[in-house]
Ligand binder design. Structure first.
Ligand SMILES: [Zn+2]
Length: 146
């Protein structure tokens, strides 16, 4: 059983999280899908810390929860840990990590099938990953917002 004040607390936390997420989505690098660069992403893989479009969210879901944990920015409830993970990473840092070795001539795939191959290469096989980055990235802890 939850009390009224507990419910109010949960609701307030949820509102706070929505404020943080919508603020993040207004940042230039988060205005586009981390994978296909579609405008206005409304989904996220919170363990990877990236915002993405609904199509790529579907592909991330196919990867399995050991790779990507997908959430809707607006429709799902977030925990403080999940929010923190997004704050610590975000699309810009994720790009530096996961696309460090992406060839300059690389063109983002258009079809769903090619997109899935790219996303698997990127996150599952870590084909373009910056291997020199510290494994346990002590990421921007100064940015703690919660
Ligand atoms: Zn996308």
């Amino acid at each position: 059983m939850t009390t009224r004040s507990e419910r109010e607390k949960a609701q307030k936390l949820n509102e706070q999280h929505q404020v943080i997420l919508s603020k993040m989505l207004r940042e230039e690098e988060n205005k586009y899908c981390a994978d296909c660069e579609a405008k206005g992403p409304r989904w996220a893989s919170w363990n990877l810390g990236v915002f993405m479009c609904i199509r790529c969210a579907g592909i991330h879901r196919n990867l399995g929860v050991h790779i990507a944990r997908v959430k809707s920015v607006n429709l799902d409830q977030w925990t403080p840990e999940q929010i923190q993970s997004m704050v610590d990473m975000g699309n810009r840092r994720a790009r530096q990590l996961y696309e460090a070795h992406l060839p300059e001539s690389f063109r983002r795939p258009q079809t769903d099938q090619a997109m899935e191959v790219f996303i698997r290469d990127k996150y599952e096989r870590k084909k373009y990953y910056d291997k020199d980055a510290p494994a346990t990235a002590p990421v921007a802890s100064s940015q703690t917002v919660i």
